[in-house]
Design a protein. Structure first.
Length: 309
């Protein structure tokens, strides 16, 4: 029978503690699960796409056993085959150049991501400052928060041209207007999530700071801001998506001639001669958004991992 000392220490006769799997294995396991789920969803989406086309070809574009047409046309003009879309990425972007469509879209996407990154940084900084101000000034919070919500109900397609006109009137380059539009969509999720994180600080820690006669600023810096970091990154992930969308819409309104937004507009203009190019441009734009969000996710994992060490 195992015995223990009065201090609760384990003696040599005590059994060894149960082995706990290292955190790295859990992280690798979750990463593999995430990869498998992602691949499964992609395969399922591709199967649905091609299955819908097969259904339309077999029924003449009608819902089976009815005379009602399918809600979405399944012909090659409305829904090109997936291999046609991917094949277009390797074909020349136009007859005037040997550059492939993929290379062209990647160059345009890099412009959009740069504008989205500027907008994300600007919007996130504004969101954090607003969250701190709303937290420390409750009277201001009650008056400002409703207007922040109202600001997100303004249609972006109506607001973007106004911002472009204002920025153009100041003689500034058009990419600044795109950045401002991107920041406009980015600041709100950062503000809301950071404010929630600031208010979720452990009450015990708050009472400890009060017992030490700490100032509001010291409590904010040493307790509330560290507790808000996980919520901040939740807001940044949402803001990353919004910033890319804002940059694309801003490019359409600003008429920059550069960016994936302008590439999508050009592909839509020549849709009748190459519908697969529009789908390829939309695909690359979607993947760019995914990559942008994953960059934020990697930064989050690195920051939170250092906090737990």
């Amino acid at each position: 029978m195992s015995t223990t000392t009065l201090a609760g220490r384990r003696t040599a006769a005590d059994p060894a503690p149960s082995a706990v799997p290292p955190p790295r294995r859990k992280q690798r396991s979750s990463a593999w699960q995430y990869a498998v789920i992602t691949i499964g969803l992609v395969v399922a989406a591709a199967a649905l796409w091609e299955g819908y086309k097969l259904l339309g070809a077999a029924t003449g574009g009608m819902i089976p056993f009815t005379d009602v047409p399918l809600p979405i046309a399944s012909n090659d003009m409305a829904m090109p085959h997936l291999w046609t879309i991917f094949g277009a990425l390797g074909a020349p972007a136009s007859t005037a150049t040997d550059q492939t469509l993929l290379a062209y879209l990647l160059v345009e996407t890099s412009v959009t991501l740069r504008e989205a990154a500027y907008g994300l940084v600007l919007g996130s900084a504004l969101g954090v400052l607003l969250a701190i101000g709303l937290r420390e000034l409750p009277i201001v919070s009650r008056g400002v928060m409703p207007w922040l919500v109202v600001s997100q109900t303004i249609p972006l397609v109506a607001l973007a041209p106004i911002i472009v006109i204002w920025v153009g009137g100041l003689g500034l380059p058009s990419w600044i207007a795109v950045t401002i539009i991107s920041a406009y969509l980015s600041f709100f999720p950062v503000t809301v999530n950071t404010l929630r994180g600031l208010n979720s600080a452990d009450p015990i820690h708050i009472e400890l700071m009060r017992s030490l006669n700490a100032s509001r600023f010291q409590t904010l810096v040493w307790v509330r801001i560290p507790s808000a970091i996980p919520s901040l990154f939740s807001g940044l992930r949402l803001a990353a998506i919004a910033s890319v969308i804002g940059a694309i819409v801003g490019e359409l309104s600003a008429g920059t001639g550069l960016g994936i937004g302008r590439a999508i507009l050009s592909a839509a203009y020549f849709y009748s001669t190459g519908p697969e190019k529009l789908f390829a441009a939309v695909l690359i734009a979607s993947l760019a958004g995914v990559v942008f969000v994953q960059i934020i996710a990697i930064a989050e994992s690195l920051v939170l991992r250092r906090r737990t060490q």
